[in-house]
Design a protein around this ligand. Structure first.
Ligand code: AMP
Ligand code: ZN
Length: 118
């Protein structure tokens, strides 16, 4: 737990959010400013800063979380056909909250979102 870290406070239930998923090392909840319908964040329970900080042994669990969240999302909205995972590492790459997290962006046909690397 890092003092003044908003995601630590969410993990510790000091700030209430609607948790959509939880396993031993990750939680997921909706992004407060969704970029697309259903945008949520997968957040490590421990205060790691980003990918460089997180133990590689948690990789399997992270992939498991991604798969489970996709299944949950598809169950509640059949128009979801895919997803993007985005992670910003360090402020120069757009990381604002310095507690490891992955953006899960559900994708629908013709949703008008463009996430091309160009
Ligand atoms: P990043 O630029 O990758 O650090 O993104 C941080 C994300 O956290 C942004 O998309 C914010 O909208 C989101 N965020 C910040 N505070 C909260 C909060 N209290 N609950 C949910 N999402 C949040
Ligand atoms: Zn934290």
């Amino acid at each position: 737990m890092e003092e003044n870290c908003i995601f630590c406070k969410i993990v510790n239930k000091e700030i209430p959010v609607k948790m959509i998923y939880e396993n031993d090392n990750f939680v997921a909840f909706p992004d407060v400013a969704p970029q697309i319908k259903g945008h949520c964040l997968i957040v490590s329970k421990k205060h790691f800063v980003n990918s460089l900080d997180i133990p590689a042994t948690l990789g399997n669990e992270l992939i498991g979380a991604i798969k489970s969240i996709f299944e949950l999302k598809v169950k509640e909205d059949k128009s979801i056909e895919g997803f993007n995972i985005v992670q910003n590492n360090f402020p120069v790459a757009g990381q604002i909250v310095m507690h490891a997290h992955w953006h899960f962006l559900p994708r629908r046909k013709d949703d008008g979102k463009h996430l091309r690397l160009e």
